[in-house]
Structure formats: structure tokens, C-alpha cells
Ligand binder design. Structure first.
Ligand code: TXA
Ligand code: MG
Length: 333
């Protein structure tokens, strides 16, 4: 049985007690919903892997309510302190050397000598972290390999009956997982695109950073979760579509004035449930927040595939294209 807890003080108390008692709770963050457990408790963390069917070699992000607490668990150098001061609480995850006396469950780091940490900005995540007083490890609240959840409904889609509580607080504003920067190497390296861009990080640090190339490292990914096959709907995803084939759904971006059907005619004659627009205005922030929700909504058996219109590869568009390329890679033969 899964109980949905609406956002209020009583619900936060129930969720906090469940986490302190070693249970797993789905909760909102500003990026996507997370599946949280006490990061100090091996058994609780093992439950996350079991519930999500996540391979044990894929480490988790540990969440904290304040940047100063992170120092107890990870080695923070000047670069880490600078980024923490300027970007936390916000959707930025830092990969840092793990402190030998951290006390964190080894399952969180999957045996690596580094740990991924972040301080989320969301009111519910903050309240939960504060009330438990614990570091909370949380991957995205979806079955491994499926599209991340941006609402309680999406959490329920793959985890109903597998998790005791879903702490509900509407849609996740940003809708894309946090940016990940590895600071355990000499030159910082962007491991996952997110709403905080490479340029923002480089401007802040006053130097260039590396970018991890997932296609090149597919055989031995630096970030084990960065396998190309990820974030996948159950039907194929076709990118950079300039028209729509019969049976396909359309995920549009911007104006659809010039989008036609392969069989003839304009996409305006498609049923409205098969045609969603990430942002009619072509706004990348709006598109990011709609991406996973719309992939969920179009992912139904009536559709043979999801045709996605091109999205500019700049700024936040890089993160959107990254998630879409993974979704498409998973369905290629
Ligand atoms: O926005 C987010 O980051 C969400 C919310 C819930 O906080 N969490 C999230 O977690 O996206 P997850 O588990 O779906 O993705 C975490 C990514 C994975 O690709 C994992 O391989 C990588 O972070 N990661 C974790 N620890 C790492 C480490 N020590 N070194 C390199 N990559 C790491
Ligand atoms: Mg995930």
C-alpha cells in the first residue's frame, strides 16, 4: 500500500519519522521527485535499490539541508566552497572526495571514493531534511531506466505499492535533474547537464571546465548512471522530426505552423491528446519543466512512437537534448 501525504506539517512529521525508522519515502525537490532514505543506514539504502530495481554499482546523491553540514561527510576544497556559497540551495550536485569518517552507507557511493552531494531548495525537501536532521540519499523516484517523475501521479505510475509514502507537493518546478559537477579531479568536469549551465559554472569559477562525453565513455562511464540508455519511455522516441508519421504522437517545440503529416495534411488535424507542445513560445525553461510530464502523457500504447521537434542546443536546451537523446538511444535497434 502506498499512502499519499498532502503537504502540511503533520505529513512532514510522518515522513520524517518513516525515514528515521529506516523506511523509504518519495518526496518533491525543485528538479524531480526523489526516493529518499537515511544515508547512514545500510538497510534503508538497500531498500532504495530494491524498490527502484537500480543496479548496485550506480551511486546515489546525498541531500543536506545546509551547505555547512556537507563538510562533515565530504572533503570540500576552495572550488567546492565557492560553488556551494554561490549555488546552494539550488539544483547543483557536486561530486567530492568522501571523508573516511563520514559514516555514510557505502551503498550510497557504490564503493567509490567520492560522494555526490546536493542542497535542494524545495520547501518540502528542506522541511524533511531539517526535521530528520539526517543526510537523505535520494535517486529520482521512478523505476530504474524509466522517465523521472515530476509529480506524485508520475511517482505512482511506476512505484505504486512499492513505497509506503509519497509526500506530495505539486509539480517539480524545474522538471530536469540537477546539474552534476565532478570536483574530485584537478579540472572540474560537468557530468550531467541540468538547469545550472556550464557557462554559469565557468563564469563563477573564472576558468573552463571539462565536459564528460557520455557517448565516448559509454563502455566505462565515469558517472555510472550516465549510461546513454536512460530516461526512456516504453515506445520509441524519434528526434529532430520535421514531419509526423501515421500513428506517431508529436512532442512539439515552438510554432507547429510548418509541421505536416507524412501522409499529407497539417498536424492540426491530429487528435489533441496525441500532440503536446513543450512551449509554444519556444521558452526553454517552460520546455524543461514540461519535458518528463509530456513524455509520460504521450507514452501510451495507441502511439507507435513519439516524434520530437528540434530543440536548440544552447543553454538549458543542452540539458533537454541530453535527456531526449538518452530516451531515443534506449529505443534504437
Ligand atoms: O535532481 C536530482 O539530482 C535528483 C533529485 C531527487 O535530487 N536526483 C537524481 O538522482 O537525479 P539519480 O540517482 O537519478 O541520479 C544521480 C546521478 C547518477 O547518474 C549517478 O551515477 C551519479 O548521479 N552519481 C552519484 N554519485 C556519483 C559519484 N560519486 N560519482 C559520479 N557520479 C555519481
Ligand atoms: Mg534517475
Amino acid at each position: 500500500m502506498t499512502q499519499i501525504l498532502p503537504y502540511n506539517d503533520a505529513s512532514i512529521k510522518i515522513a520524517a519519522k518513516a525515514i528515521s525508522d529506516g523506511d523509504v519515502v518519495a518526496f518533491p525537490t525543485e528538479t524531480v521527485y526523489g526516493l529518499g532514505a537515511n544515508a547512514l543506514d545500510d538497510k534503508a539504502i538497500a531498500k532504495i535499490f530494491e524498490i527502484k530495481k537500480r543496479p548496485q554499482h550506480n551511486p546515489l546523491i546525498v541531500h543536506f539541508h545546509d551547505k555547512n553540514i556537507v563538510e562533515h561527510y565530504a572533503e570540500m576544497n576552495d572550488t567546492a566552497r565557492q560553488l556551494a556559497a554561490h549555488f546552494w540551495p539550488r539544483p547543483l550536485t557536486l561530486v567530492l572526495p568522501l571523508r573516511s569518517d563520514s559514516g555514510l552507507s557505502e551503498l550510497c557511493s557504490a564503493g567509490l571514493k567520492t560522494i555526490a552531494v546536493r542542497v535542494p531548495a524545495h520547501r518540502t525537501a528542506q522541511a524533511l531534511l531539517k526535521m530528520t536532521g539526517l543526510p537523505i540519499a535520494a535517486p529520482s523516484a521512478n523505476l530504474s531506466g524509466t522517465v523521472s517523475a515530476t509529480s506524485p501521479v508520475h511517482v505512482m505510475k511506476t512505484l505504486k505499492g512499492r513505497v509506503p509514502y509519497v509526500l506530495a507537493d505539486g509539480f517539480a518546478d524545474i522538471g530536469l535533474e540537477s546539474t552534476i559537477i565532478d570536483l574530485s579531479t584537478e579540472t572540474p568536469c560537468l557530468l550531467r547537464y541540468g538547469s545550472i549551465t556550464q557557462k554559469q559554472i565557468e563564469d563563477d569559477l573564472g576558468r573552463k571546465i571539462d565536459v564528460f562525453d557520455s557517448a565516448q565513455h559509454i563502455k566505462k562511464p565515469k558517472s555510472p548512471g550516465q549510461l546513454l540508455k536512460h530516461y526512456a519511455p516504453s515506445i520509441p522516441v524519434r528526434l529532430n522530426a520535421v514531419d509526423v508519421e501515421e500513428g506517431e504522437a508529436l512532442l512539439a517545440f515552438g510554432s507547429t505552423k510548418f509541421m505536416g503529416l507524412r501522409s499529407g495534411g497539417h498536424v492540426s488535424i491530429m487528435p489533441s491528446a496525441s500532440k503536446l507542445n513543450l512551449s509554444e513560445e519556444g521558452d526553454l525553461y517552460e520546455a524543461a519543466s514540461n519535458l518528463f510530464k509530456m513524455l509520460h502523457d504521450l507514452d501510451i500504447k495507441d502511439h507507435s512512437a513519439i516524434a520530437v521537434m528540434p530543440i536548440p542546443k544552447m543553454g538549458l536546451g543542452l540539458a533537454i537534448n541530453d535527456r531526449l537523446e538518452r530516451a531515443a538511444a534506449a529505443t534504437k535497434i
